[in-house]
Design a protein around this ligand. Structure first.
Ligand code: PRP
Length: 201
């Protein structure tokens, strides 16, 4: 058997992703700050969520866990193998006062461009790297496009969802060459994740 290198997203999705591949030996990793870890079956690397497809596309990692939002925004050459059924949330447009969309502030510039193309909107799209919900209150844009999970951030900033754009969840992505060379190991990983998804272990 060849060892798989798996890219894990740091931050809020890390624990859930770990639980999908944990065979009773990875628990200590949840709160660890060590970014490269070796186990019997896997070599785990922890990277920024947005960088997971970069590591997988380049073959540094054979596979990785990444949100569908990042895949849609960045368009990397990787196989998307499985919907892991975790990290469920959605992308939405929101405004302080329902009205015409005059400008959009977002981390997801490409998704916003596609939305505008599809809706024949010729407006400014402003790229931010976080705290997007602040934009309407300070007059940067009258609309935001962002992830909504619990809806708490929208509510805390007096924003109202005006359109749900798409559902998002974590996907297992695989390097194209690894998919050929390490097929057996990847099939085993997919089976393990599906088994965990069903709550068997
Ligand atoms: C994400 C997202 C929203 C928030 C949504 O931000 O961009 O701001 O979570 O979650 P909620 O509906 O449960 O409130 P994140 O916490 O990743 O920080 P960021 O603003 O720096 O992107």
């Amino acid at each position: 058997m060849q060892k798989l290198t798996i890219a894990l997203p740091s931050g809020r999705l890390k624990e859930e992703c770990l639980s999908l591949i944990n065979q009773g030996n990875l628990a200590e990793l949840t709160n660890s700050r060590k970014l490269l870890n070796f186990y019997d079956e896997y070599r785990l690397i922890e990277v920024k969520p947005i960088d997971v497809p970069v590591y997988v596309e380049n073959g540094v990692a054979d596979c990785g866990f990444v949100g569908k939002d990042i895949l849609l925004e960045s368009n990397h050459e990787v196989y998307e193998l499985l919907d892991c059924q975790i990290g469920k949330c959605h992308l939405a447009l929101a405004q302080a006062e329902r009205g015409d969309i005059e400008s959009i502030a977002t981390k997801y510039v490409n998704i916003a461009k596609d939305y505008c193309l599809g809706n024949n909107l010729h407006i400014d799209i402003i790229k931010l790297n976080g705290s997007v919900e602040l934009a309407p209150a300070v007059g940067l844009a009258n609309t935001i496009l962002d992830i909504v999970s619990t809806g708490n951030t929208l509510r805390a900033n007096n924003l109202e969802e005006i359109e749900r754009i798409m559902d998002i969840s974590v996907r297992l992505i695989v390097n194209k060459a690894s998919f050929q060379i390490k097929r057996e190991e990847i099939d085993d990983l997919v089976k393990l994740i599906e088994y965990k998804e069903k709550g068997y272990a």
